[in-house]
Structures are given as structure tokens and as C-alpha cells.
Design a binder for this molecule. Structure first.
Ligand SMILES: Nc1ncnc2c1ncn2[C@@H]1O[C@H](COP(=O)(O)OP(=O)(O)OP(=O)(O)O)[C@@H](O)[C@H]1O
Ligand SMILES: [Mg+2]
Length: 279
């Protein structure tokens, strides 16, 4: 569904994306995880034709993002990292505008607007100005707008950043529901939990490169499923083990306080990069 071959983006001397090779399957929820500046947004911007690749190739459902611009535009929906709704318009007017830009026939456009307002639970606020919306409402409206023209692939850049836990879960439900109805989803996130819960596969990006790519379960198994944290003076030490027995063995030998827990994707990230997500 989405194919990247040696996809690269350079800004002068900065290598934002350094030759990505990736194949995302139809119906998959795929997550790009990585620290600030890893190249996640740049990757999405190339796939959504907002910036031109320096090198390499990207295909969406067989269409080339540098050649088949109109075809790609119909295939994809985009929810960008920055809020870019028209704040001086109402929710309904924002959807209306998008439908018109996509030249949707009036009847189809009106029907779709009502369906989507229901879908993201904004029907009651449909005629309020977006400037009066909360962050979560704006995000839901951005998702509705991205779905207006019935795309097959949805790109979401940090879909839940800055939202409260309850609203985040609502967005997760929405993403799952769209995926159950056949949508292929590519999202980026800083939230480890989000990637673990939502994504069928995760790509960990660092300095423009993919340093790991697998299901969350397999990534955790590869580095060891049980983590032992030990607290000594001011430092926290981590060690990962393939079984609880081995972890207990080690914990028994450590003199400081220890905590034994399941490995998470953050441990995978630290193990692979030596740094924490967000450092
Ligand atoms: N328009 C631009 N001009 C110059 N450099 C850029 C531009 N956009 C991105 N970069 C650089 O490319 C690198 C990757 O940035 P990008 O926004 O893709 O990272 P990210 O993984 O999305 O980070 P974040 O988690 O902070 O959103 C960074 O070093 C950034 O400074
Ligand atoms: Mg980004």
C-alpha cells in the first residue's frame, strides 16, 4: 500500500531522512516512533506531497508521490502535527471548504459532512466557530476533514499530543474504528503507550534512519521481555532479560533496590540508541 525506496530528504547539510526502505501493508496501523528531530514529520510530508524528496521513491497504492500528484491526493487523508483549521469558520464550514477543494458534488458533500460530524461526535457543535473549540475537538475535526474525500490511507502526525487521557482514548477508538472499516493508517507518536496499544507494527526512527521495525511484541522479545531497574545513588540502571527466572537471578545479586517489570517499547528504544525518547 505504501512503499518507500531509499527515500531521503536533505536540508542543506542536515540529513532529515536518510534512505528509508519500508513497505506498509493494506489495512495496517503503522507507527513511526522516535525522538524530536528523528525525521518522522519530514517522512510524512514527503508521503503527502508537502515536500519533495531529495532522493529515492515513494509509492502510495502504486502511485508515485512525485509524478501522480492528483491520484495520490485522492488516495490520502492528512492530519498534520500543527493545527491548521480555519478558526474563523465553523466546523461545518471547514468540512464544506475541504469538500469544495476536492470538487465533491454538492449532494455527496452534504451527506459526507453530516456522516462525519456524527462520526467524530461534533454534530452539536457543528455551527460553532472553531476558535471556540477545545484542543480535542479541533483534533477530531481535523480527522473528519481528512476523511471527507474517502481516502484509503490516513496519515496522522502526533494525533494525540497535548490531549487529556480521556480524549486520547477517544482518538484511539476513532483510529481503530477507521482501521476496522479498512483504512490503512500511518501515524507518528512520542507516546510509547500509544504505539504499543494501537500499532500492528512499529518503526523506530533515529537520525533519519529506521533502526528497528517489527510488531511491538517482537521488538520487546528481541531485547528481552523482562526488565530489571536498579536504583543506586542518583543513577537508575536497566538490564533486560529473556525470562523472569533470569531477571530474578540477577535481581538477587544486586545490592541496591530493584524493580522487576515487563519490557516496554521505551526500553527497546534505549537499548537500541542509548538514549530516551525525547532526549
Ligand atoms: N523546513 C526545514 N528546513 C530545514 N530543516 C528542517 C526543515 N524541516 C525539518 N528540518 C530538520 O529535519 C530534521 C527532522 O525534522 P522532523 O520535523 O522531520 O522531525 P520529527 O521526527 O518530526 O520531530 P518531532 O518529534 O519534534 O516532531 C530536524 O533536524 C529538523 O531540524
Ligand atoms: Mg514531527
Amino acid at each position: 500500500m505504501i512503499k518507500l525506496q531509499q527515500l531521503s530528504k536533505h536540508y542543506g547539510n542536515i540529513v532529515a531522512v536518510a534512505g528509508l526502505n519500508l513497505h506498509i501493508k493494506r489495512g495496517e496501523i503503522f507507527g513511526l516512533l522516535g525522538p524530536n528531530g528523528a525525521g518522522k514529520t519530514t517522512t510524512i510530508r514527503m508521503l503527502t506531497m508537502l515536500t519533495w524528496p531529495t532522493d529515492g521513491k515513494a509509492l502510495i497504492n502504486g502511485y508515485d508521490v512525485t509524478r501522480d500528484l492528483n491520484k495520490v491526493k485522492q488516495e490520502i487523508g492528512v492530519v498534520p502535527q500543527q493545527m491548521n483549521l480555519d478558526q474563523e469558520l465553523t466546523a461545518r464550514e471547514n468540512l464544506e471548504l475541504h469538500g469544495r477543494l476536492y470538487k465533491q458534488p454538492t449532494a455527496e458533500r452534504q451527506k459526507r459532512i453530516e456522516e462525519l460530524l456524527d462520526y467524530v461526535e461534533l454534530q452539536e457543535r457543528a455551527d460553532d466557530l472553531v476558535s471556540k473549540f477545545s484542543g480535542g475537538m479541533k483534533r477530531r475535526l481535523m480527522i473528519a476533514r481528512a476523511l471527507m474525500h474517502n481516502p484509503k490511507v490516513l496519515f496522522l502526525d502526533e494525533p494525540t499530543v497535548g490531549l487529556d487521557p480521556h480524549t486520547r482514548r477517544k482518538i484511539w477508538d476513532l483510529i481503530r474504528r477507521m482501521n476496522n472499516e479498512g483504512m490503512t493508517v500511518l501515524l507518528t507518536t512520542h507516546y510509547i503507550e500509544e504505539a504499543e496499544i494501537l500499532c500492528h507494527r512499529v518503526g523506530i526512527m533515529d537520525r533519519g534512519q529506521l533502526i528497528a521495525l517489527d510488531t511491538p511484541e517482537k521488538l520487546k522479545r528481541k531485547v528481552g521481555e523482562v526488565a530489571v531497574e536498579s536504583f543506586e545513588d542518583t543513577e537508575t540502571g536497566y538490564k533486560l532479560f529473556s525470562s523472569r527466572e533470569k531477571a530474578l537471578d540477577y535481581a538477587g545479586q544486586v545490592k541496591s533496590n530493584v524493580l522487576i517489570r515487563d519490557t516496554n517499547l521505551e526500553d527497546v528504544f534505549i537499548e537500541l540508541t542509548g538514549r530516551k525518547v525525547g532526549d
